[in-house]
Design a protein. Structure first.
Length: 277
């Protein structure tokens, strides 16, 4: 079957020009190139927009600072002429076959609506990388699917059919910069959306969100307001009738969250790209 699905890659970015450069170089080297690359400039004051344009990416400006406002704006811009919306972060460094693997998966299974992948943390020491993979992200793997009945979407490495975004775009807390965008998206998904986690779809992402216990704690704490804004939709008893995910060869994936506690988007505030902004 020919791989004819149109793919748009969305990258929210705030003051991350150096990381974005490497991310876009990796996209340039894909064995199956994206049909469009959209960089959502979330009020950057560095050269992020210039880097994006130099690599041929479209630059969309989103003034409301926060990962959900930026990501949602990018998904909206992609909707008109694409089949698959793929999501990266500025510090993601996709392997050369990343898009090709995504397209093959969606072509092979028309019921597949959302495909989430795994993480490979770089830039930290062995302990920091281990904490990210096995405690922060790993805990999401184990707990969220038991609660929500679907795998957890990992914001630094996932793709969804446009029809899924069309269904949930007015349900998510898209203007709330204080919630985890990927967890909020996961809460709005149902088994009927065809959500899968592929542990072989791995993505190198920066370990900088785990550089201090305080930074980790802030990201973990944001789970609570994320569930609060969607309650009671996130309650298990509200989801059972849809047929909760019961296991199988696919399993949950890490959560990727960016959110700010103030009006600025800095590493300390939690807008550091990679897992759990």
């Amino acid at each position: 079957m020919p791989l004819q699905l149109r793919v748009t890659v969305v990258i929210p970015c705030r003051n991350d020009a150096e990381f974005l450069e490497e991310c876009l170089k990796a996209l340039d080297a894909q064995t199956r190139r994206a049909d469009r690359v959209i960089v959502v400039d979330n009020g950057s004051t560095d050269g992020s927009a210039s880097v994006a344009r130099r690599h041929g990416a479209e630059v969309i400006r989103e003034e409301l600072v926060g990962i959900w406002p930026a990501a949602a704006r990018g998904y909206d811009e992609a909707m008109a002429d694409t089949d698959i919306i793929a999501r990266l972060d500025a510090d993601s460094r996709p392997h050369p076959d990343w898009i090709a693997r995504i397209v093959r998966a969606f072509v092979a299974d028309p019921s597949l609506g959302v495909l989430s992948g795994a993480s490979e943390f770089y830039g930290g020491n062995r302990l920091v990388n281990h904490i990210g993979d096995h405690w922060y992200v790993g805990l999401g793997h184990r707990l969220i699917p038991k609660w929500l009945g679907v795998p957890l979407v990992f914001g630094s490495n996932f793709a969804m059919r446009t029809r899924v975004w069309e269904r949930v775009r007015d349900k998510v807390a898209r203007t709330n910069p204080r919630v985890h965008d990927d967890l909020d998206l996961t809460i709005r998904l149902r088994r009927s959306d065809g959500v899968r986690y592929d542990p072989q779809l791995r993505m190198p992402v920066s370990a900088r969100p785990f550089k201090t216990p305080v930074a980790i704690g802030k990201r973990v704490w944001k789970v609570f307001p994320t569930f609060a804004v969607s309650w009671p939709e996130g309650a298990p008893w509200r989801r059972r009738d849809d047929g909760a995910y019961a296991g199988g060869t696919w399993s949950p994936e890490p959560a990727e969250e960016w959110a700010t506690d103030a009006d600025t988007w800095t590493d300390e505030d939690g807008w550091a790209p990679a897992a759990g902004r």
